[in-house]
Ligand binder design. Structure first.
Ligand SMILES: O=P(O)(O)O[C@@H]1C[C@H](O)[C@@H](CO)O1
Ligand SMILES: Nc1nc2[nH]cnc2c(=O)[nH]1
Length: 310
């Protein structure tokens, strides 16, 4: 199929099904329009999880573009508060920040979109494909999660070694839809999504930085949200081998892996999931942001040192 035909096919698909993807040509145009506005030519991407936008402070010579000024980029749908004022999802600013870190050119997403905001999974991953066509070779994906593993504590930093794509069981997967081989293959493997090389580097640097007491390596589960888990759901995840659960990351990682970007996932355990039916504890976003703030400095130190090592 010629390129123009692929575009037409993609458009037809969007009319026929729930598919809301962007063609290779769309993504190329968006990537070019972003690069036209900045001096930076990034090789490394970083996605900031809830409350972790402070990672942007690591960058020097920053250049910032708002998501709302980039074609197709999902902006935080947020919520209407009790004063009837619209607020973005707290902790997700919606800025694409370019800059330098240890002599390397980096693009950082300060805030991401989630399924629970009502976005189609194809919209969520658009920034990752744009990063790819801007020249990104390596992606650090961070998130906030709830600890399922009973040995985990609030404030633990978990290097992600694998994931459980729960919505994927119902075909909520960003690779659903017409495949364009210029991005990657129709049936990509998913057993090595998280680079062993980068996991080893993060572990060794974390140890050198004195983080061994709260550095973990485990399995992250992606759930749709926005409600936090029931006790039964948490118990199910524990049996399935999940160590921590959240509401993001996996779509981005699948797409990055598909187009050949090397991925490192780092999850901050911001709260412990409620595992007992009679517990008085409840999960809440305030605790997530609070823990994010407390560990922001450690997360910055870790990622910055790892980038310095590459
Ligand atoms: O973007 P992440 O995955 O860090 O955000 C998590 C999931 C929800 O957006 C929020 C829940 O507190 O934190
Ligand atoms: N699903 C989910 N996402 C989170 N993000 C931060 N904490 C949690 C949690 O406990 N559950």
């Amino acid at each position: 199929m010629a390129t123009s035909e692929v575009n037409v096919f993609c458009r037809q698909m969007s009319g026929m099904t729930s598919y809301e993807g962007y063609s290779y040509e769309d993504v190329s145009r968006i990537a070019k329009s972003v690069l036209d506005r900045v001096k930076c030519r990034p090789h490394i991407g970083i996605i900031c999880g809830s409350g972790l936008g402070g990672l942007a402070n690591m960058l020097e010579d920053k250049e910032v573009i708002l998501y709302e000024d980039i074609e197709g980029f999902p902006v935080s749908t947020g919520h209407i508060n009790l004063e009837h004022t619209w607020k973005p999802v707290p902790g997700h600013a919606g800025q694409l920040v370019f800059g330098w870190l240890h002599g390397k050119q980096v693009v950082l997403m300060k805030g991401r979109a989630h399924l629970y905001e009502g976005y189609d999974v194809h919209k969520i991953i658009l920034p990752v494909r744009v990063m790819k066509l801007m020249g990104v070779k390596m992606l650090f994906v961070t998130n906030a999660s709830g600890g399922i593993n009973p040995d985990y504590n609030v404030g633990d930093i978990m290097i992600i070694k694998d994931h459980f794509n729960m919505p994927g069981f119902a075909a909520v997967n960003p690779l659903v839809g017409p495949n364009d081989d210029r991005f990657g293959p129709r049936f990509p493997p998913a057993s090595q999504c998280y680079s062993l090389r980068l996991r080893k580097i993060v572990r060794s640097i974390g140890e050198k930085l004195g983080m061994s007491g709260y550095l973990r390596e485990g399995v992250y589960c992606f759930l749709g949200g926005p409600s936090f888990e029931t006790v039964t759901e948490c118990r199910f995840l524990k049996v399935a081998g999940v160590d921590a659960t959240g509401m993001s990351t996996v779509p981005e990682v699948l797409v990055a892996g598909h187009c050949g970007i090397e991925v490192c996932g780092i999850s901050l355990v911001t709260n412990k999931c409620v595992m007992e039916y009679d517990s008085k504890q409840v999960a809440n976003h305030e605790e997530v942001l609070e823990t994010g703030e407390k560990r922001a400095h450690d997360m910055q130190k870790l990622i910055s040192a790892v980038v310095g090592e590459l």
